[in-house]
Design a protein around this ligand. Structure first.
Ligand SMILES: [Zn+2]
Length: 432
């Protein structure tokens, strides 16, 4: 097997394990830059800052961009094609195929909003119909490498389903902790995979606190977004990698993405930056626009107040998957939006419902409430005149509308008739 390591173009396919040099070299504190070994740890012992993965440079990725591009293009049709940018020792043998979701040109929505060029990254096409399959893929692969035998998570809904499904594929027991008032669609689809669901009486922030405590007590348990969070977070970079590759190795001018913890938002920018640094694409990081629901908008509030300090809030919104009142990466999200000439906006529950409808009727993509938030913020930016006609915009639609069906109940008419032509004509004849 050693021979693989010295080959210039080692195969990267999900069925086989490629022995290679780990692209990551350390965990590094985002605040004080103290480094730690690549273990299951997430907080700096010196300053309590969050840890993130640091990579070898310049040998990883290969310094020749053309060779790197060939490696990616010859890779599997999943997010593992970007393994040179991911913190795992090997592409896992058992990984539920994830990523390479469609980037959909949205001309009708662009026209409606007065935008020149608009693309929708459709994350509903992942195995459990949300972007969370990406972060779980990476977290699970690394957890197995670190010797964990059980996976768990604190979830606002989508993560629960992703952990349950990926654990099922890998043959690992799973425990998912959720707020007890979660949408039934998300609870039912998670339970179907055989995971142990723990419904906690409290909001996500309470669930998260409990999971932090449990993770300290349960050896052998990898909480994907707690003790292996630095690896987990890296999965969101693949959204940017795919976008650039699908745009023909180019970077969009503007990006609109939802903000819950702020992890996806900041890692998408990081992904674009890594492709720029590797020489795979030209230009700079896009203007990053964050989207929150008014009922849980600590990041948008900090942005509007001109500060980085995100004051914790008590969530009250239909966008439950974004209902994190105390967002771990909030300050970094605010800083990123400012630095790139973006913004962070919040929209009301009614605007979210309108956003779901607008996206569905112009693109054929039915999104959950989080995607309604993103679409509504996109519409707001267009209305404010923040998007130039000549710009290329990408909006990230992170989850499927089938997960939050209650939000569209009663928003359209159904003609109920007897099975007779006259009845049809009486009901709709005037209209057709
Ligand atoms: Zn530190």
């Amino acid at each position: 097997m050693k021979g693989f390591a010295s080959r210039s173009l080692p195969p990267l396919h999900p069925g086989g394990e490629e022995i290679r040099e780990m692209p990551a070299e350390a965990l590094k504190c985002k605040e004080c830059s103290t480094t730690y070994p690549l273990e299951a740890r997430y907080v700096c012992e010196r300053c309590f800052g969050p840890l993130e993965v640091a990579y070898r440079r310049p040998t990883h990725p290969p310094s020749d961009p053309a060779e790197l591009k060939r490696r990616i293009q010859a890779g599997p049709g999943t997010l593992w094609r970007y393994a040179d940018f991911l913190p795992v020792e090997r592409v896992p043998r058992a990984s539920l195929p994830t990523g390479l979701t469609p980037l959909v040109r949205a001309d009708r929505l662009a026209e409606r909003l007065g935008i020149g060029e608009l693309w929708i990254k459709n994350e509903t096409a992942n195995p459990t119909h949300s972007f969370k399959d990406r972060v779980v893929s990476i977290a699970l692969a690394r957890a197995v490498e670190l010797g964990f035998d059980t996976v768990a998570c604190a979830s606002t809904g989508n993560l629960a389903g992703a952990v349950a499904a990926h654990a099922a594929y890998a043959g690992l027991p799973a425990y998912v902790f959720i707020p007890a008032d979660l949408e039934p669609e998300k609870i039912l689809s998670t339970g179907a995979y055989g995971a142990q669901i723990v419904a906690v009486e409290g909001n996500y922030d309470a669930v998260n606190r409990l999971c932090t405590e449990v993770s300290g007590e349960r050896e052998g348990w990898a909480f994907v977004n707690v003790n292996v969070r630095p690896y987990y977070a890296e999965g969101s970079k693949t959204l940017a990698f795919e976008t650039a590759e699908q745009l023909g190795w180019e970077i969009p001018d503007r990006v609109v993405a939802p903000i819950a913890s702020g992890s996806l938002f900041t890692k998408v920018a990081r992904g674009f930056q890594e492709f720029i640094d590797a020489g795979l694409v030209g230009g700079g990081v896009p203007a990053m626009h964050g989207a929150q629901a008014e009922g849980c908008s600590p990041v948008a509030q900090a942005y509007a107040a001109g500060t980085d300090v995100c004051r914790p809030v008590k969530p009250d919104t239909i966008a439950k998957s974004l209902a994190i009142g105390n967002p771990a990466d909030g300050p970094y999200a605010v800083e990123l939006a400012r630095r790139t000439g973006g913004s962070v906006d919040a929209v009301s529950d009614d605007e979210i419902r309108a956003g779901i409808r607008l996206l569905a009727e112009t693109t054929g993509i039915f999104t959950e409430t989080a995607g309604g938030v993103t679409t509504a913020v996109l519409a707001k930016l267009a209305e404010r005149g923040e998007i130039d006609r000549g710009e290329r915009v990408v909006a990230y639609i992170t989850g499927d509308g089938l997960k939050t069906l209650d939000c569209v109940r009663g928003t359209f008419a159904v003609a109920e008739i007897e099975p007779r032509f006259e009845a049809f004509e009486d009901a709709l004849g005037a209209r057709v």
